[in-house]
Design a protein around this ligand. Structure first.
Ligand SMILES: Nc1nc2c(c(=O)[nH]1)N[C@H]1C(S)=C(S)[C@@H](COP(=O)(O)O)O[C@H]1N2
Ligand SMILES: [Mo]
Length: 331
C-alpha cells in the first residue's frame, strides 16, 4: 500500500477528497455536449424503464469520443439528462477493498483476476436451489442496458451504462419460500487473487443484503457488463449487484452466493461501523453521515458539487418500499 492513510477511505473524507481529484479535460459536461450539438437540450431517455432513446440522440460512443475503444451503449445521458461517466473513469476509480483501498490502484491490482470458471450458488429458503455457471446465466437471462447513477456514501457519483438483468428474474426461478424475507449476498473469498483479504480489519468475505421486496424491485440489477463489454475485474467481474437508489457499498461485486433468509443478515459495512453504514443505506440528502453531510455530491468529471437527490433520483420507483418508516432511524 502506497499510502497507509488511504486505508480508511470510508472513514476519512479529507483523504477521500484528495483521491477524488480527476484530471481536467478528460470529461465532457452535459453543457459542453449541448454546446457541441451532441445532446439535445432536454432530451430524455427512460433507460431505467428500458424505453429506447429518442432517435434524434446521436451515437453516444461518438458523443463521448470513445468509439475507438469498442464501447457500445444505446444512451448517452441518463433519464435526467446527465452525461455518462467515461469508461476510463468507471474503470480506474473503483472501490474494491479485496484488491486495494486505493481507488486508483484497484484496476492494476485486479488485472488478470481469473473469473473462469465461475459459479453462483442460490439457496436458502427457496423451492428450487440452484448452482449456475456464468455460461448458464448468460444463456438464461438476456442482458439489457440500464443507465444508472451510482452514488458512493463518500460523496462522489458516476453515471454508468450497465448491462445486466433484473435480480427478480433470477429470484422467480428459484422461487422464494413464504418465510423468506431477506436476500443475502457474498463476494468470492479468493486469497490467492485478492491481496486485500489479508487485511484483518474487515470481516471478509464482503457481504451484503436486501429486503426481499427491495430485491424484487425492477430497478435492482445483476450486472454482467458496462458499455456493452463484459465487466472488468475492478468493477466486479463476472457478476455484481447494482441497487441504484442505495449508497454504492450495497452494490456488492463478484458474487458467488445468494441466500434467501428470514432475518436481516449481517453485512460487512454494517458490522464494521453500524452507526455509519446502516442496512438500508438509501441515498438521502437529509440524513447526514455522522462525519459528513450527504446533501451534495461530486459527479466525477465535474468541478462543482451538485445536490444529492432523495433515493438518488429514483423516488418515484422506490418510495413505496419505505412508507411509514423513519428514514433517519432506518438509515
Ligand atoms: N466485494 C466488494 N463489493 C463492493 C465494494 C468492495 O470493496 N468489495 N465496494 C463497494 C463500494 S463502496 C462502491 S462505491 C461500489 C463501487 O463500484 P465501482 O468501483 O464499480 O464504481 O462497489 C461496492 N461493491
Ligand atoms: Mo462506496
Amino acid at each position: 500500500m502506497k499510502n497507509e492513510n488511504k486505508k480508511t477511505n470510508m472513514y476519512q473524507p479529507d483523504e477521500r477528497l484528495k483521491s477524488e481529484v480527476t484530471p481536467e479535460g478528460l470529461y465532457f459536461s452535459r453543457r459542453e455536449l449541448i454546446k457541441k450539438g451532441l445532446v439535445a437540450a432536454g432530451a430524455l431517455t427512460l433507460a431505467a424503464c428500458g424505453i429506447p432513446p429518442a432517435s434524434n440522440i446521436p451515437d453516444p460512443a461518438v458523443a463521448t469520443g470513445q468509439a475507438s475503444q469498442g464501447l457500445i451503449t444505446a444512451n448517452n445521458v441518463d433519464e435526467l439528462g446527465a452525461a455518462l461517466t467515461p469508461y476510463d473513469t468507471v474503470t480506474h476509480f473503483n472501490n474494491f477493498y479485496e484488491f486495494s483501498l486505493d481507488k486508483e490502484a484497484v484496476a492494476d491490482r485486479a488485472k488478470g483476476f481469473v473469473t473462469q470458471p465461475w459459479q453462483i450458488q442460490i439457496g436458502g429458503l427457496v423451492k428450487n436451489p440452484m448452482t449456475l455457471s456464468m455460461e448458464q446465466i448468460n444463456k438464461n437471462f438476456a442482458a439489457e442496458e440500464r443507465v444508472y447513477r451510482l452514488r458512493c456514501v463518500e460523496g462522489w457519483s458516476m453515471v454508468i451504462p450497465w448491462n445486466g438483468f433484473q435480480l427478480s428474474h433470477l429470484l422467480e426461478q428459484v422461487e422464494p419460500q413464504p418465510d423468506a424475507k431477506y436476500v443475502y449476498f457474498e463476494t468470492t473469498f479468493d486469497s490467492n487473487q485478492m491481496p486485500g483479504l489479508r487485511d484483518p480489519g474487515f470481516p471478509w468475505p464482503y457481504t451484503e443484503g436486501l429486503r426481499l421486496d427491495e430485491a424484487m424491485n425492477p430497478l435492482t440489477l445483476l450486472a454482467t457488463g458496462i458499455y456493452g463489454k463484459p465487466l472488468p475485474p475492478q468493477d466486479g467481474a463476472p457478476i455484481r449487484l447494482v441497487v441504484p437508489w442505495k449508497y454504492g457499498f450495497k452494490s456488492i461485486k463478484s458474487i458467488v452466493k445468494i441466500n434467501l433468509v428470514n432475518e436481516q443478515p449481517a453485512t460487512l459495512w454494517s458490522s464494521v461501523a453500524p452507526n455509519e453504514y446502516g442496512f438500508f443505506a438509501n441515498v438521502n440528502p437529509d440524513v447526514s453521515h455522522p462525519r459528513w453531510s450527504q446533501a451534495t455530491e461530486r459527479r466525477l468529471g465535474e468541478i462543482s458539487r451538485r445536490p444529492t437527490l432523495k433515493f438518488n433520483g429514483y423516488e418515484k420507483e422506490v418510495a413505496y418500499l419505505y412508507e411509514g418508516m423513519d428514514l433517519a432511524v432506518n438509515y
